[in-house]
Design a binder for this molecule. Structure first.
Ligand SMILES: C[S@@+](CC[C@H](N)C(=O)[O-])C[C@H]1O[C@@H](n2cnc3c(N)ncnc32)[C@H](O)[C@@H]1O
Length: 180
C-alpha cells in the first residue's frame, strides 16, 4: 500500500514537472492555427524564394513554412514560437522531411528576437499583432526584404500584391529604403 502511494506520488510529480517544462514562457499572443499547405506554397511562390534566402516565420507553429521553404527551394529557414510543444513538433517535422540541417526553431518571443538576418518574413498572426510588429520590421529588416502575410494586412502599409488562394488572402510587401 505504502509502495503504491509512493509510486503514484512520483508519477504525479513527474507529470507536473513535465507540464511545467512544456509550458510557454508566457501565453502566446495568438493560438496555433496552421496555414493550409496550398497557401504555404502560394506564399513562398509569391516571395520568389530561392536557395539564397533566409525565410523567417514569426510564430512558426508546426514549422510548415520554413520546412517547405527548405525542402522545395533549398532556402535556410528559421521559425520562432513561444510554445515549446510547437518547437518540438516543428523539429520532429523537419527531421521527417530531411531538412533538419537547413532549419532552426527558436523557442522565443517574436517581438524580442533579432530578425535582421531574414531575406523573407512570413506571418500568420492577427491584424493587431501585425500592426504592433510593423516598427520592428522597418527597424530590423534590410531594404528589399520580402514580407508575406496570410489573412491579415499590416496597418495602412499598402501591399504591393494581394492574391486569393482557396478563399484566403495573401499580402506581399518589400521593405523600403531607409528615409534619411
Ligand atoms: C496562427 S499560428 C501560425 C503558425 C504558422 N506560422 C502557420 O502559418 O502555419 C500562430 C503561432 O504563433 C505563435 N505565437 C503567438 N504569439 C507569439 C509570440 N509572441 N512569439 C512567438 N510565437 C508566438 C503561436 O504559438 C502559434 O503557433
Amino acid at each position: 500500500m505504502f509502495l503504491s502511494c509512493a509510486v503514484v506520488q512520483v508519477i504525479a510529480v513527474s507529470l507536473v514537472a513535465e507540464s511545467i517544462a512544456q509550458a510557454p514562457i508566457r501565453p502566446p499572443d495568438v493560438m496555433f492555427v496552421p496555414t493550409p499547405q496550398e497557401v504555404v506554397e502560394a506564399m513562398l511562390k509569391m516571395a520568389k524564394v530561392t536557395a539564397y534566402d533566409v525565410v523567417y516565420d514569426l510564430g512558426s507553429g508546426d514549422g510548415r513554412i520554413p520546412i517547405t521553404a527548405a525542402k522545395e527551394y533549398g532556402a535556410r529557414g528559421v521559425g520562432i514560437d513561444l510554445d515549446p510543444r510547437r518547437i518540438k513538433e516543428a523539429n520532429d517535422n523537419a527531421k521527417a522531411a530531411g531538412v533538419s540541417d537547413k532549419v532552426t526553431f527558436l523557442n522565443q518571443d517574436l517581438f524580442t528576437t533579432d530578425i535582421s538576418d531574414a531575406t523573407v518574413v512570413t506571418l500568420y498572426l492577427l491584424a493587431s499583432l501585425n500592426l504592433k510588429l510593423l516598427p520592428k520590421l522597418m527597424r530590423e529588416l534590410k531594404p528589399g526584404t520580402r514580407v508575406v502575410s496570410h489573412a491579415f494586412g499590416i496597418g495602412d502599409w499598402k501591399p504591393e500584391r494581394t492574391i486569393r488562394v482557396n478563399g484566403q488572402s495573401v499580402y506581399y510587401w518589400t521593405i523600403p529604403e531607409r528615409q534619411r
